[in-house]
Ligand binder design. Structure first.
Ligand code: NDP
Ligand code: OXD
Length: 309
């Protein structure tokens, strides 16, 4: 029984040596040069082409190469009864922790203001705000949100998390659900979005939400472009309700070259690089999950399609 690697060609050479090392002896078929789809038991996919998965009669699980599963929409014929496993792996987690920590500190230490002052050759120290008085809110307090929170707590920032279901973590104020949202927002001077993109979260970063943040708050969106209502962000920056934003994700990607975000003085922009799945550590994570399944244990990180993540 084999593994199907189902993505566009350029990814395969980066992944194959690591999948082979993590699962020695297991056959790996690389789409489109597949020998026999009936031998496929597991598929490792990114933006899978439409109609291939449904031709695998012995498929037991689909492993998403990404944490987000919105890319699976490329295959509307994906067999709905086959479990999908989200990507949870060390490379992705450490990358996101780095990005969130870097952007939070960037705004906490007012680097955008210093960059503007530098452009004017202006020497002007701004007041220092102690970390333990700076409030950071993480929307989406799951795998990545919780790991990022640990790093921020280590820097003595005042961290809160917001999730769908109740959570608890030492040193973090945890809020959940619609009922917990307003109180969470009211104490978030720096708001980090790490939500999955679902029907419930699309467009969540909008004027109504921005109005509930402390005036002059900063937004960091490392989740998906579909979370953000772009016109509302521009209006909130213009009015001063938001001070600045760091954006890593857009809808569509790449961001069109004439988009106003590119030249906005209060926006820091990166091209969806906050974190990336590392084939080496991701292959180990997939191998461990397959081993768990073959011992008769449930897969880790299975997507609940009734929730959309
Ligand atoms: P998880 O599934 O582990 O965590 C998602 C969190 O969001 C959970 O805490 C969940 O609540 C919460 N959540 C979901 N829906 C709602 C809702 N309606 N209201 C309140 N909270 C909600 O995902 P990950 O942490 O692994 O990844 C998060 C997202 O980050 C990915 O979906 C992806 O889009 C993005 N990402 C971006 C990358 C980049 O490079 N920019 C890289 C990797 C990921 P609960 O805990 O109760 O389930
Ligand atoms: C992911 C991403 O979802 O890289 O893994 O955006």
């Amino acid at each position: 029984m084999s593994i199907l690697f189902l993505s566009y060609d350029e990814r395969a050479p980066r992944w194959l040596p690591h999948l082979e090392a993590a699962m020695p002896g297991r056959e790996i078929q690389v789409w489109p040069e597949v020998e026999d789809l009936a031998r496929v038991r597991y598929a490792v996919v990114c933006q899978p082409p439409a109609g291939v998965l449904k031709q695998c009669p012995n498929l037991e699980a689909v492993f998403s190469m990404w944490a987000g599963i919105d890319h699976l929409k490329s295959d509307p014929e994906r067999p709905p009864e086959i479990p999908v496993v989200r990507m949870v792996e060390r490379g992705l987690s450490t990358g996101m922790c780095e990005y969130v920590t870097m952007q939070v500190l960037f705004h906490h230490r007012r680097m955008l203001d210093y960059r503007e002052q530098q452009a004017r050759a202006e020497w002007k120290p701004l007041p220092l705000v102690p970390a333990w008085t700076r409030t950071v809110g993480i929307m989406g307090f799951g795998e990545l949100g919780q790991l990022a929170a640990e790093k921020l707590v280590g820097l003595e920032l005042q961290v809160a998390g917001w999730s769908r279901s109740p959570k608890s973590m030492d040193g973090v104020a945890c809020y959940h659900g619609e009922d917990g949202l307003d109180a969470f927002l009211a104490r978030s001077e720096i708001l980090v979005c790490l939500l999955p993109l679902t029907e419930a979260t699309r467009g969540v970063l909008n004027a109504q939400l921005f109005a509930k943040l402390p005036r002059g708050a900063c937004l960091i969106n490392a989740a998906r472009g579909g979370h953000l209502v772009e016109a509302d962000l521009l209006a909130a920056l213009d009015s001063g309700q938001l001070d600045s934003a760091s954006l890593d994700v857009f809808d569509p990607e790449p961001l069109p070259s004439d988009h106003p975000f590119w030249s906005h003085p209060r926006i820091v922009l990166t091209p969806h690089v906050a974190a990336g799945t590392l084939p080496e550590t991701a292959s180990q994570s997939i191998a461990a999950n397959i081993a768990r399944h073959e011992r008769g244990e449930p897969f880790d990180a299975v997507v609940d399609f009734s929730l959309g993540y």
